[in-house]
Design a protein around this ligand. Sequence first.
Ligand SMILES: C[S@@+](CC[C@H](N)C(=O)[O-])C[C@H]1O[C@@H](n2cnc3c(N)ncnc32)[C@H](O)[C@@H]1O
Length: 243
Amino acid sequence: MTQFNESQWALPEFSREYRDNADIFIVERKRLFEIMKSFYRYFIYSREQKSILDLGCGDGIITHNLLEIDASISATLVDPSSDMMSKARERFSGYNNINFVQASFQDLLKSDIIPRDFDFIVSSMAIHHLDMDNKKRLFNFIFIHLKKGGYFMNIDTVLPPADNLEHWYFRMWNEWVDNKKNALGLERDIFSDLTRRYKDAAENKPDTLEDQLNALRDIGFKGLDCFYKYGIFSVFGGKKETS
Ligand SMILES: C[S@@+](CC[C@H](N)C(=O)[O-])C[C@H]1O[C@@H](n2cnc3c(N)ncnc32)[C@H](O)[C@@H]1O
C-alpha cells in the first residue's frame, strides 16, 4: 500500500497549491458542499448531540461548512498532513468541540485511535488515495465507527467504467477549468495539464462508482445511492440501519 509520506500530499507546496485553487480544480465544488449540507439538514440536524468525523479533512473546509449550519456539532478531523492540520487548527481556533487527529487512513486501519458512534462520517476528495482492498477496509472502519442510524457520505472522484467515458469526462473537466479561468481572467499554466497530472499521479487510485457502492453494500450499508455526479466527480453514500 502506498504510504502517505510517499505521496505528493506530504509536500506543503502541493497542499498549498490545492488550497489556493480547489474552487477551480474541483468541478462544482460549491454545489457539492450544498448537497452535503442539504443531506445533513435532512437526515442529521434534528438529532441531539451530533458528532461528525471528517476523513482526509485537509484545511477543514467540510467541517466548516457543516458548522455554519449547526454550531452544536462535535467534530473529529483526521488528516496526515502537518501543513493541512495546521491550517485546520487555525480555521477552528475560536471553536470548542473540535478534535484533531493527525493520521493517515493506513494509521486508522492499523490501530483503533478514533472513538465510535458518529452520527455522520464524511470524506471529501481523499478516499481515492486508497486502492480497492484498502477502500473496503476503510468502508468497514466507517461502518463500525457509525452509530446505528448514522450516515456516510463520500464526495470523491471515481473511475469511469469505460475509456470513452473517461475521455469525455476529462474533456468536461478541462472545459469547467477553462470556463473558471476565463471568468477569473487567470492565465497560469498549473491548470493546463490537470487531467494528465491526475491520471499519472501514483497516489490517485479511483475505483468505479459501481464497485464502491457494491463494497459498501457488502459491508452492510443500506439506502445506498449516488446523490450527484458530474463526470468523475461524485457524491455517494448510505446508512447504517438501526437494526
Ligand atoms: C484533495 S485534498 C481534500 C481536502 C479536503 N477534504 C477538501 O475537500 O478540501 C486530499 C486530502 O487527503 C489527504 N490524504 C492524502 N493521502 C491520505 C491518506 N493516505 N490518508 C488520509 N488522508 C490522506 C491529504 O493530506 C489532503 O488533505
